[in-house]
Design a binder for this molecule. Structure first.
Ligand SMILES: *Cc1c(COP(=O)(O)O)cnc(C)c1O
Length: 379
């Protein structure tokens, strides 16, 4: 069930994984190892100098006033919602076509995730699908920049302004994606990023980040992540132990310097895939031209998914379905979603297939993957 990047098994040389963390580590090894060695000798393991430096560097890169390291992406969303004052009885509008963590964070604060449909081409929620779900209880919207493509944030912000809703971005898949030169994570009241190893900016374990331009939200998140405390042993609120690890910050600093280059390589690989598959009877990913897509995933739509997957697996090529069961059809939300129909979400979930994509994916590998798909389709 788990994709191979969790355990990094020895895979045959010919195999192409979904994400190749080994090749990237080999390239960065000297710098990462030296950084880790230095941090180990300093022994400042919790909220040490690398966490502080990473927060500063990430805030600069994302052009936000505050960037606050937390334990993981789920916690980033949870603490951002708490700090924004979302709680019991509130409704938060969000997609059903996303990872469960988006909705979990909403539930953690006692609010209700209200699932809305997506655009068939971008796979993102739209101002229209959001507007249709607004009720008297709606307090916030949490769009997800799915697979690395920014949502229509101008349109979504306008809806939020009109109805007095808070806008909190799920940027777990969009580190480095931008709209008109503005980074995702700087476009709403607050945002949450994930540094899970397979994400565009990935640590070597768990990590996350809250970004905001609001001093109040930032102050709240800083307290919430550290036992409700600003001054050591003085506790103003009930908080959490949800800090970014110092050793992960070392790795993130090394990779942040190269994030533009990494995302550029992902875009290049994606465009190459699209060119090579242009004549095939399947839908390659669509770029809306408004934002810069950073291809956390390269996701096709196809009616021949089973045949393509079987052929790729046989050729030792990774592939994955993100996401096979949309959240409104998950058992955990059956109590209030049982009758809900989200036709575009359901259609996309039944036809989507993600192919290997990572910055080091090379020309030869892309050609190989496409030739296997081509044969599977014409078989
Ligand atoms: C990865 C992910 C998260 C959660 O991040 P973790 O760091 O794994 O907790 C949240 N939302 C989306 C859309 C994600 O892809």
């Amino acid at each position: 069930m788990f994709p191979c990047f969790y355990i990094l098994p020895e895979y045959p040389h010919s195999m192409i994984p979904m994400v190749d963390l080994k090749t990237q580590y080999a390239q960065l090894k000297d710098e990462i190892d030296a950084g880790l060695q230095e941090a180990l000798s300093q022994c400042a393991f919790v909220m040490g100098p690398n966490v502080q430096a990473f927060e500063k560097e990430a805030a600069e890169y994302l052009a936000v006033k505050h960037a606050i390291g937390v334990a993981n992406g789920t916690e980033a969303l949870h603490l951002a919602l708490l700090a924004a004052g979302i709680g019991e009885g509130d409704e938060v509008i969000t997609p059903a076509f996303t990872f469960i963590a988006t909705a979990e964070a909403i539930r953690y604060v006692g609010a209700k995730p209200v699932f809305v449909d997506i655009d068939a081409k971008t796979f993102n929620v739209t101002p229209e699908t959001i507007t249709r779900a607004i009720t008297d209880q709606t307090r916030a919207v949490m769009p997800v920049h799915l697979f690395g493509q920014p949502c229509n944030m101008a349109g979504i912000q306008a809806v939020c302004d009109l109805h007095g809703l808070k806008l909190i971005e799920d940027c777990a898949q969009s580190f480095g994606a931008s709209i008109n030169g503005k980074q995702t994570g700087s476009l709403g009241l607050a945002a949450g990023f994930s540094f899970f190893p397979s994400k565009n900016l990935g640590a070597y374990g768990d990590g996350g980040l809250v970004t905001t331009n609001s001093d109040e939200i930032a102050q709240q998140v800083r307290m919430l992540r550290n036992h409700g405390s600003e001054v050591r042993y003085y506790h103003d609120i009930i908080g959490y132990n949800s800090r970014l690890d110092e050793l992960q910050a070392v790795i993130l600093r090394v990779k942040l310097k190269r994030i533009e280059q990494f995302n550029q390589a992902r875009r290049h690989a994606a465009h190459h895939y699209c060119e090579l598959m242009a004549d095939l009877p399947l839908e390659t990913p669509y770029e809306d031209g408004i934002g810069v897509h950073v291809y956390h995933q390269y996701t096709l739509l196809t009616d021949q998914r089973d045949a393509i997957m079987a052929a790729l697996q046989k050729a030792h090529i990774g592939c994955a379905i993100y996401y096979p069961v949309p959240l409104h059809q998950q058992k955990v939300f059956a109590d209030y979603c049982a009758g809900l129909s989200l036709p575009v979400t359901e259609s996309v979930a039944s036809r989507c297939l993600s192919l290997p994509i990572f910055p080091e994916l090379n020309e030869e590998q892309i050609r190989k993957i496409v030739s296997v798909i081509r044969q599977a389709i014409h078989a």
